[in-house]
Design a protein around this ligand. Structure first.
Ligand SMILES: Nc1ncnc2c1ncn2[C@@H]1O[C@H](COP(=O)(O)OP(=O)(O)OP(=O)(O)O)[C@@H](O)[C@H]1O
Ligand SMILES: [Mg+2]
Length: 353
């Protein structure tokens, strides 16, 4: 004889893929009916048209079907009322909404920064995040490049995040990485024309009002240079570590040095340097050609007394992966560039914080 309790016990193993809590705890189980060997479940989604609804449905079905004796499982999907959503937001807020900016936060915050634009910060952000995820870490990615957002495209995470109530934004789940980007809130072709205080407010919301859940890492794609957003980030996250991205060119490395100085002023430590576009390996002869010169990143690392954590080659698969929303670390982990990203993530993971 199958009991309702058995079914609820199984449903408690089904996690909401975005909030990362059991659906039973989130009040998403509306009804459970058992009739002989048939089980009917009604599940309330947090928002209508939830892109992950089929995953929740499949997970519910699989969990209940695993009870010995169950022959048939039917799942009906409903949507929470605004009041129910608000109640859920109220329950989540104290526990679940970010504690990242709190002094005692245990989340490792990694800011990918650079002096110049276009050196590959966003590429490094998504691939290092993907590498940390593939190592089993729970990872969030915050795109703090408000004007030049690109993380949403690079991770194919363009859907609007669910907002459960005042001050509880649910990050979009990509392969178990939780993502928030300006690119989810505006059309990709719309220029963002905001001034300092509004940028500060947005970054503040992304840090404090997103239900990041329990994270090991929050990887932040910072805008290039030392502008308003970079200053906001450094004020809110004095314990963050900065991963400096540069190209081999002297000029790029010098400007990156200025970002390191700013980080240093607020007590943020530079964890290491990533030299991107370090060389191109000829597919015919196998030789590495240093197209953008050499030595800039190495010299910067020496000056700052930090390690050069990796040299990422020029790899035509990187822009392709970026446009398709598939970081090479996930799509082509066997490639030279993916291995460098994995090594960087491992070094980050081994560092003491
Ligand atoms: N190692 C690489 N090999 C080939 N292409 C690369 C490499 N790294 C980055 N790119 C490409 O160069 C372009 C710029 O990279 P990316 O957007 O990551 O830089 P960024 O520093 O974030 O730039 P922005 O300052 O505009 O935000 C992208 O088209 C990206 O796909
Ligand atoms: Mg970028």
């Amino acid at each position: 004889m199958i009991t309702r309790e058995q079914v609820m016990e199984r449903l408690a193993t089904v996690m909401d893929p975005e909030i990362h809590k059991p659906i039973t705890e989130l009040g998403m189980v509306e009804a459970v009916e058992v009739e002989g060997d048939k089980v009917r479940c009604a599940i309330k989604l947090t928002v209508a048209g939830c892109p992950l609804s089929s995953r929740i449905e499949d997970d519910v079905r699989a969990a209940v079907a695993a009870i010995p004796g169950v022959e048939e499982v039917s799942v009906r999907l409903d949507v929470m009322t605004p009041q129910e959503r608000e109640d859920l937001a109220n329950r989540l807020r104290p526990h679940h909404v970010s504690t990242i900016t709190k002094k005692d936060s245990t989340v490792r915050v990694l800011i990918c920064g650079s002096g110049k634009g276009g050196v590959g910060k966003s590429t490094v952000t998504v691939n290092v995040a993907a590498a940390l995820q593939s190592m089993g870490r729970s990872v969030g990615v915050l795109d703090a490049d408000v004007y030049g957002f690109s993380v949403s495209r690079m991770l194919a995470a363009r859907q609007q995040p669910a907002v459960l109530g005042d001050g509880v934004i649910v990050p979009v789940d990509v392969h178990d990485v939780r993502v928030i980007s300006m690119g989810m809130l505006v059309d990709e072709n719309t220029p963002v024309m905001w001034r300092g205080p509004m940028l500060h407010k947005l970054v503040d919301q992304f840090l404090n009002e997103v239900a990041w859940g329990e994270l090991d890492y929050l990887v932040i794609d910072a805008p290039p240079g030392t502008g308003d957003v970079a200053i906001s980030l450094s004020q809110e996250l004095p314990k963050a570590r900065v991963l400096l991205v540069t190209t081999p060119q002297e000029a790029a490395a010098r400007v990156a040095g200025r970002v390191a100085q700013m980080a240093g002023k607020v007590g943020q430590e530079v964890i290491g340097i990533v030299e991107n576009m370090a060389y191109f390996r000829c597919p015919n002869c196998g030789d590495a050609h240093e197209i953008f010169g050499r030595g800039g990143a190495q010299r910067l690392a020496r000056e700052l007394h930090v390690p050069l954590l990796g040299q990422v080659p020029i790899d035509p698969a990187l822009p392709v992966g970026g446009d398709m929303g598939e970081p090479v670390v996930w799509s082509h982990p066997e490639t030279e560039s993916a291995k460098v990203f994995l090594a960087i993530a491992q070094a980050v993971d081994k560092a003491t914080w």
